[in-house]
Structures are given as structure tokens and as C-alpha cells.
Design a protein around this ligand. Structure first.
Ligand SMILES: [Mn+2]
Length: 329
């Protein structure tokens, strides 16, 4: 199976949007759900509806469960939250979903804000000024050390990996973004290749835990994160590269803007070729995209152009590497 382009959608995506997704040649979606929507019947209905558009759900994510403050900071009541996560795995297993997402970021992605940047042609996108972000006070009342955060992750993994293995619903772990040692008083779990491997080891290197390889994170930190090309090879060969976030940035930290793939500092065609050469069968999607225009389809409209560009790079790379052939030329 080759790399599979996807877009994120919600459960109440209008019919027109699903037509548009199909017309773009996208056959996989990442489905965002609310906790109360995690029921077999509800998700089977969504799956059935999408199948009419020849769209398949590759993964389901629930933000309150994948970036759960109570679980990730080890607060009172975490066992009940972990039970909810496990219930989600059982439901997704019954619905036949490949994987779900985990991001050990109780405060989410940290950015200075959104603006029309210097490298975005007037597009409104996220940017980070690390001097501003690093000066922020602890967001959760006190500092949480790397040992504590690793411990909360281990506590979680010890309880969800067996269920993930049983249900065959895998988990894709996203790095901390921006990938630095600590953000707003909370130590990061994954801020370079080494800490990624350490997180996988905490899960006993079970196939249950794979990666959401966010090229944006690798590029924000540059070599301080690791060697992106080497890591694509390593993780692809291990069969744990479940998902690729395809994103370029204007430069490495301490200041970056999220840009179009063609406008950042990395050659994203080379990244695409590397993924194909390494035999990756991950789903691949545009990460974030610019702020959309309501009259042009809002969020989905904003994903359309960069997703088309992604597909252009993907198909060009497949042609160049002899993996895509046409009758003529
Ligand atoms: Mn990402």
C-alpha cells in the first residue's frame, strides 16, 4: 500500500464537503469526534455515510482524550479518564478503525499567535517566537519535571497498551510542539529522536504505539530534533510510522512561521521522495493550513490547495521513482 493522502473532517461534515473531498481524489479521512460521539452505532453511521462517497476513516481522534490534562499531569481522577480512553479503543476496534492519536501536550500546541507572516503571502498562519513562549509562567500552577511527565506517560501506557493490542487499534504519538525541553512549566515527553525512542521503549516497543511523524516539529528544531531523513527510514522499517503531518516552516527556532510546503526552508519534495523510497504506507496530511475564508469553504477550503500540492509532490515522486506509470510519456 502506498502513502495515502488524507484530510481531517468532523462527524457532521456537510454532503457538499464530502463530494469535494472525493473530487480531490482523497480516499481517507482523519475523523475528529467529541467524547459523546464515541459509540459504535454513531461511528458506524458515519462510516456508512462516508462509504457512499468512497471515503474511508483511517483514524479517529478525540482532542479531550488525546491531550488530557488530568491523565498527562497525573491529577486526581486520571483512572476514570484512562477508562474513557480504553472505552474509545474498544469502540474503534468494533468499528474497524486503524489508529487513534496521542499527543502528550496538556497545554496543546504552543504558538505566539496567528498572523499574516513575512513568508505567508498574506495568509494567516501560526507563528512562534520562542523568546515570548519561553517567558510564559507555568500554565498549570507549578513546574512538572521530565521524570514526572515520563511517569504519567508510563502510567497511561501500562493501562492502554494491552487494550490497544487486544483491539488492534494502534496509537500514533505526536511530538511536543514546539519541540523543546519544557513548555509553560511542563516538561516535554518528545522533543527529539532520542526522546521519541524513549517514549516507544516506555510502551515496551509494542506495535500498539506508533508515530505521527510531524515534519513541522522536526523542521522547527532542525538538527536538534534529529535527522529527519534517517528517522523516516528507521521508523518506516520498524512499521510504526502511522501518519505523516506534512508541514514546512520558514526557519528553525527561535522564530518560525508555518508556511506553504513550497515556501519553507526545507525541500519537501525530497522529504516526499524519502517517504516513498522507505516504503511508507502511512496516511499523509497537511498539518494546520492557513486560516480559511468563509466564502471559499472555510477550513476545508483552506486545506484544498495545499492538499492538491501535496498530491502533486506525491505523484511526481512516484513517477520519478517508477512507482506510477501512465500509458503515454
Ligand atoms: Mn503536527
Amino acid at each position: 500500500m502506498p502513502l495515502r493522502p488524507q484530510v481531517p473532517i468532523g462527524t457532521k461534515e456537510p454532503d457538499e464537503n464530502l463530494c469535494f473531498i472525493r473530487e480531490m481524489g482523497i480516499e481517507y479521512v482523519s475523523l475528529a469526534v467529541e467524547p459523546e460521539e464515541i459509540e459504535v452505532d454513531t461511528l458506524l453511521r458515519v462510516k456508512e455515510r462516508l462509504s457512499k462517497y468512497k471515503i474511508e476513516i483511517s483514524d479517529v481522534f478525540c482532542t479531550p482524550l488525546q491531550k488530557n490534562r488530568i491523565i498527562q499531569l497525573g491529577l486526581e481522577g486520571r483512572d476514570a479518564e484512562i477508562d474513557k480512553f480504553n472505552k474509545m479503543l474498544y469502540v474503534l476496534g468494533k468499528v474497524g478503525i486503524e489508529f487513534t492519536s496521542v499527543a502528550w501536550q496538556p497545554n496543546g500546541i504552543l504558538r505566539t499567535g496567528m498572523k499574516a507572516g513575512e513568508y505567508t503571502r498574506g495568509g494567516i498562519s501560526m507563528y512562534a517566537d520562542m523568546a515570548e513562549i519561553n517567558a510564559r509562567p507555568p500554565a498549570n500552577g507549578r513546574d512538572y519535571s521530565e521524570e514526572e511527565i515520563r511517569e504519567t506517560f508510563k502510567y497511561f501506557m501500562d493501562r492502554v497498551v494491552p487494550v490497544s493490542e487486544e483491539t488492534k487499534v494502534r496509537m500514533a504519538l505526536h511530538p511536543n510542539d514546539p519541540p523543546v525541553r519544557s513548555l509553560a512549566g511542563v516538561a516535554s515527553l518528545v522533543y527529539n529522536t532520542e526522546t521519541f525512542k524513549r517514549a516507544l521503549a516506555i510502551a515496551n516497543n509494542s506495535p500498539a504505539l506508533g508515530l505521527k511523524l510531524c515534519t513541522g516539529c522536526w523542521l522547527e528544531a532542525g538538527e536538534a530534533f534529529g535527522n529527519l531523513m534517517e528517522d523516516i527510514k528507521t521508523f518506516s522499517e520498524q512499521g510504526i510510522l502511522l501518519c505523516v503531518h506534512f508541514r514546512n516552516v520558514s526557519s528553525e527556532m527561535p522564530y518560525f512561521e508555518e508556511t506553504l510546503a513550497e515556501d519553507g526552508y526545507a525541500n519537501m519534495y525530497a522529504v516526499m521522495k524519502r517517504l516513498i523510497c522507505c516504503g511508507s504506507n502511512a496516511v499523509i496530511s497537511i498539518d494546520h493550513a492557513f486560516k480559511g475564508y468563509e466564502s471559499l469553504g472555510g477550513r476545508l477550503g483552506a486545506f484544498a490547495y495545499p492538499t492538491g500540492y501535496l498530491k502533486g509532490l506525491l505523484h511526481s515522486a512516484e513517477i520519478e521513482l517508477g512507482k506510477r506509470r501512465y500509458k503515454k510519456y
